[in-house]
Write a protein that binds this ligand. Structure first.
Ligand SMILES: Nc1nc2c(ncn2[C@@H]2O[C@H](COP(=O)(O)OP(=O)(O)OP(=O)(O)O)[C@@H](O)[C@H]2O)c(=O)[nH]1
Ligand SMILES: [Mg+2]
Length: 231
């Protein structure tokens, strides 16, 4: 609990079995439930998570193996949001990069600024590789030009929001494009009640499997197409 709020942590995971136990062990006590959604894992992520579920009463392990071009990040998040029972939802990667312990500070800032949805921005940051920074900046610029929305981190994977907001977000994207979609729709449907809150990213547990260039190009095209199909 945080004040009057029950808090759910939602984390999609694919092939993260090696560090799941450490990650779950470090989840702060204020979370009332932890929802892990394995998606098309080819290692023993699901089995390891199910084993942890027996030891951690707050942990709920789900499976959603739907994919688009091999990716199911968006499907996993949507499944997690539907299953969540908390008043406040915190979505994050399960690779240790996002500071899930910062939620009390983030909620305090949301309260102060009257936000219903906070996207947690990693930028400006000096320690993120330049090629990733350039990719995110390019997408930020595209969003500013096409949608008139000035945003610092179009690809942040950590969001904090009230559960009542979920139906207003009109999420549909099952692949990585859920990430820009959730921010664009939050801005579109919530207006000033959407905002960014600063966080500091940490080093990833395990090796990355992300295809940065390919994923970036898919985002670039999706953001443009979405602008012209949405009205
Ligand atoms: N459900 C689902 N989750 C995925 C998929 N690919 C990766 N994930 C998970 O989604 C989160 C984000 O994926 P990452 O591989 O960390 O991608 P990234 O954050 O863009 O890149 P790095 O952190 O630099 O590797 C992680 O928790 C992954 O385990 C997928 O296709 N489906
Ligand atoms: Mg990550």
């Amino acid at each position: 609990m945080l004040g009057e709020y029950r808090v759910s942590l939602i984390m999609p995971c694919r092939n993260e079995s090696a560090h799941l136990a450490g990650l779950i062990d470090e989840v702060p006590d204020f979370y009332d439930e932890i929802i892990l959604i394995s998606n098309a894992s080819t290692d023993d992520t699901y089995e390891v998570a199910k084993d942890l579920e027996r030891r951690y009463p707050k942990l709920r392990v789900l499976k959603d193996d739907r994919t688009i071009n091999g990716i199911g990040y968006g499907f996993a998040h949507m499944t997690g949001m539907t299953a969540a029972r908390g008043d406040l939802l915190v979505c994050s990667d399960c690779d240790g990069t996002y500071p899930i312990g910062d939620t009390p500070r983030i909620i305090e800032e949301m309260r102060r600024r009257g936000l219903e949805f906070a996207s947690c921005t990693r930028y400006p940051a000096k320690d993120i590789p330049l090629k990733l920074q350039m990719g995110v900046r390019t997408l930020n610029l595209e969003i500013a030009l096409l949608y008139g929305l000035r945003i610092r981190d179009s690809l942040s994977g950590m969001w904090v929001f009230h559960r009542s907001v979920v139906p207003k977000l009109h999420l549909t994207e099952g692949d990585w494009n859920l990430s820009p979609q959730i921010k664009l729709n939050a801005h579109r449907y919530l207006g000033d009640r959407f905002g960014e809150v600063s966080i500091k990213q940490r080093a990833r547990h395990g090796d990355t499997k992300q295809r940065y260039f390919e994923t970036g190009m898919r985002h670039l095209l999706w953001i443009a197409r979405n602008r012209f199909v949405q009205d």
